[in-house]
Design a protein around this ligand. Structure first.
Ligand SMILES: [Zn+2]
Length: 136
């Protein structure tokens, strides 16, 4: 099935789609400047300025999961929360997929900046669910 691509991220809440068709998602965002960011218990890492993709999944309520990622107002819980909240980051594109998050993650070309980022409970040996696509 074709992925659902959303570019009007600011109006995400008003976009209608069948949640049960999708299992996984990718968030595309730019980190405007290189930064040292503490990622919860994982530690502190230097993130180069660039375009990143984060791959995640939600078996149900995928829409509210993504809305949470987009929202600036939340308690920091997942690794990605720290990067999105502290990095001055704006998500510019969201894609939803029917395949599993690890399949999707493995298909994404990019450089791993932080091993184990978003993949601590990953069963497919992904090194990281965050990849740097290109430097800016
Ligand atoms: Zn994985």
């Amino acid at each position: 099935m074709k992925p659902l691509e959303i570019n009007d991220v600011r109006n995400f809440a008003s976009i209608q789609f069948s949640e049960n068709l999708y299992n996984s998602y990718q968030l595309f965002f730019n980190l405007p400047s290189g930064q040292n960011i503490a990622v919860g218990k994982l530690g502190r890492f230097k993130f180069p300025a660039g375009t990143y993709v984060y791959t995640g999944s939600a078996k149900r309520n995928i829409k509210s999961r993504i809305a949470r990622h987009i929202s600036a107002d939340k308690k920091l819980k997942w690794h990605i929360d720290y990067l999105l909240s502290e990095g001055g980051v704006t998500i510019y594109q969201v894609k939803l997929f029917s395949k599993t998050e690890c399949e999707l993650n493995k298909e994404a070309d990019g450089i791993i900046v932080v091993p184990r980022f978003g993949s601590t409970d990953c069963r497919s040996n992904c090194i990281s669910h965050l990849k740097l696509l290109r430097n800016i």
